[in-house]
Ligand binder design. Structure first.
Ligand SMILES: [Zn+2]
Length: 380
């Protein structure tokens, strides 16, 4: 049971035991004189519990429980726990069993449909999840939960138009996720428009994104790309500098673009501005800049000499190399460059997923804006 605290399991098991006892004897009836009258499977289940085999115990208890009004909430709690543990097939079995019962009250049927849809979403059965969430969204008391989950289904399907539509419905219900999420949907749509060459539509979508969230570095970055295609390099550079100021983790990937877009005689001024910006923000930003600059083959730039020395002084290995003398300068930069070339540079702060690419939307846990420059921060 690595992902559930012992107390949670204790509470679930206690609920199950109470549910079973209620089912067997009925509340208000006289308590049995001896536990010997209980079904032998119940005692087997308890045995599994004390021998720390809670999965087997749960199977046994589930087999014994009927879905009476007394035990229905226990079924839902159990289904939810299985889903959280990633045992989705079991969760699906529980909820399908509930739905198969003719005597199920309408409100419990609706709740079971919502739970089953969540199981399907967790299992990646997106078409099935979509249909059920749409059905449940017609139930007023479950509408917000169903719509919010439906939004996630559309995100996984990369159906950004539908995701945006649901976001707007949630906003009407005063239950929308942050507006920055809508801005990301608009940027996804803008990126698709750019891909098919429709830059006018892309610009319209990016203006809408900025209306949802400003400043919004992703929109500035995409707009900079359009400006480059149109030959407006000054505008492209200004937008990119704006995006980098707001989102320094983009430095690693975008610094070479920036230097390509500004005149060579302005390189020194741009680097000096980036150094001043990073120093004013703290040591992690300075590290990001130094490593991005080294990756971009800028280790020899005059403005970066002092920041590189400062960053090297934070790492014992690099410091040892540095102290070997100034003639080691190039070698130190090469070592850092080699390290970065093979390192997983980014990590999701929500789930720990790491890789060499930056994502606005984590491919593992589907969080937005959760990527940090990982190896770079870790080195210190
Ligand atoms: Zn993640």
């Amino acid at each position: 049971m690595p992902d559930l605290p012992l107390l949670t399991w204790f509470l679930v098991i206690a609920a199950l035991v109470l549910g079973i006892l209620a089912g067997h004897f009925g509340w208000g009836k006289r308590w049995p004189g001896s536990l010997g009258k209980l079904h032998p499977d119940y005692l087997t289940g308890l045995d599994y519990l004390v021998t720390e085999q809670p999965d087997r115990a749960l199977d046994m208890f589930l087999k014994l429980m009927d879905a009476s009004a007394d035990t229905i909430e226990t079924h839902f709690a159990l289904g939810s726990l299985y889903r959280r543990r990633g045992e989705v097939e079991r969760a699906i079995r529980i909820h399908q069993n509930l739905l198969a019962r003719d005597a199920l009250a309408p409100e419990h049927r609706e709740q079971a449909l919502l739970a089953l849809a969540q199981d399907y979403l967790r299992a990646g059965l997106l078409d099935r999840a979509e249909g059920l969430f749409q059905q449940v969204s017609e139930v007023p008391r479950l509408r917000v939960s169903a719509l919010d989950a439906l939004r996630l289904v559309y995100e996984r399907q990369h159906d950004w138009q539908q995701a945006l539509g649901v976001h707007r419905q949630l906003a009407d219900a005063k239950a929308a996720p942050p507006r920055v999420v809508a801005a990301h949907y608009l940027c996804e749509l803008a990126a698709l428009a750019i891909e098919r060459g429709d830059t006018m539509e892309a610009r319209r979508l990016l203006r809408e994104a900025r209306a949802e969230a400003a400043p919004f570095p992703r929109a500035a970055l995409l707009r900079a790309g359009i400006a480059e295609r149109d030959g407006q390099l000054q505008l492209a550079a200004r937008l990119l500098r704006q995006a980098l100021a707001e989102s320094p983790e983009l430095l690693q990937a975008e610094l070479p673009h920036l230097l390509r877009w500004v005149e060579p005689q302005a390189h020194e001024a741009v680097l000096a501005e980036l150094v001043a910006q990073a120093e004013s923000r703290g040591v992690n930003d300075l590290k990001r800049l130094v490593f991005a600059a080294i990756s971009a083959d800028l280790a020899g730039a005059r403005q970066l000499r002092a920041p590189i020395e400062k960053v090297c002084a934070m790492d014992p290995t690099l410091l040892a190399m540095w102290r070997a003398g100034p003639e080691q300068y190039e070698r130190t930069a090469q070592e850092i460059g080699a390290l970065l070339a093979h390192a997983e540079k980014y990590r999701c702060v929500e789930c720990g997923f790491s890789g060499r690419s930056f994502y606005w939307h984590c491919p593992a846990c589907h969080s937005w804006d959760s990527f940090e420059a990982y190896a770079i921060v870790k080195l210190g």
